[in-house]
Design a protein around this ligand. Structure first.
Ligand code: AMP
Length: 250
């Protein structure tokens, strides 16, 4: 079984993201970038399925600028077999990515696509769902456990107040939640090996996809700065403040 794993290049989650001075978007110049954390979990799950003899090939795909090759090489170092870069300098929105992924699925015919549940830059949480709709495949989002049995896949999801387990027939789309697994680190020998693994570059035009944005970002703002707290001298003072000064924030 072939698994397709889309990986997005985003601002590293350890970096304090800054808004551009003109409020038009996030500052990306000289900022450390990384693979979206939920996509690392997706790669890890695909690698575990390969190690378990369920998957035979893992193809990583990233859509965006040429530098996305760095994240694809990381996916290859973690265990993906080959990589595809859909190269464009257009700022891609989830629907455009879903259309590109649909075109890749039509070419590659994977039985399973594992995406992150959301990209930590746009927090859209849309691409997996849109891809499933475009493909007319079943989808299980926010997976915290995945088990493949023949042509069936069981996905456990964390929902309010408990766990829900869904069964789907392959081919299917799954999106990963935080507790699905703990991704491994790439070892140095695997980083070296990844440099020799195949990485093919395509363009949206070659895939016949129009990636023009449908939405315009009007403004991006920093959240308001928090006011400094105060130290109270005693429990009595704390109780007094809670009783007379504390406000319920709606
Ligand atoms: P989003 O819908 O933007 O929150 O992204 C959800 C998931 O879709 C991500 O975790 C990735 O697996 C995938 N994805 C989104 N954008 C891209 C991209 N430009 N290239 C590859 N995968 C992407």
């Amino acid at each position: 079984m072939k698994i397709l794993v889309p990986v997005k290049r985003v601002i590293d989650y350890n970096v304090k993201a800054r808004v551009k001075a003109d409020g038009s978007g996030m500052e990306l110049a000289n900022v450390k970038m990384a693979m979206n954390p939920f996509d690392e979990i997706a790669v890890e799950e695909a690698v575990r399925l390969k190690e378990a003899g369920v998957a035979s090939e893992i193809v990583a795909v990233s859509c965006g600028e040429a530098k996305c090759q760095e994240q694809l090489r990381q996916a290859l170092a973690l265990g993906a077999d080959r990589a595809l870069l859909v190269e464009t300098t257009v700022e891609l929105q989830p629907l455009a990515v879903a259309k590109l992924l649909k075109a890749i699925v039509d070419r590659e015919a994977p039985r399973l696509v594992i995406l992150g549940k959301q990209a930590i830059d746009d927090d859209a949480n849309q691409t997996g769902q849109m891809l499933a709709a475009l493909l007319d495949w079943p989808q299980a989002t926010f997976a915290s456990k995945v088990a493949v049995r023949g042509e069936e896949i069981e996905v456990t999801r964390e929902i309010d107040g408990g766990l829900e387990t869904l069964a789907m027939t392959l081919p299917a789309v799954v999106t990963t939640d935080l507790r699905l697994n703990e991704p491994r680190y790439a070892t140095l020998p695997n980083i070296m090996k990844a440099k020799k693994k195949p990485l093919e570059t395509l363009t949206p035009a070659e895939l016949g996809v129009d990636v023009a944005p449908r939405l315009a970002t009007l403004k991006v703002e920093e959240p308001p700065a928090r006011k400094a707290g105060v130290k109270v001298a005693s429990v009595a003072e704390l109780v007094d403040k809670l009783r007379h000064e504390a406000k319920v924030i709606p």
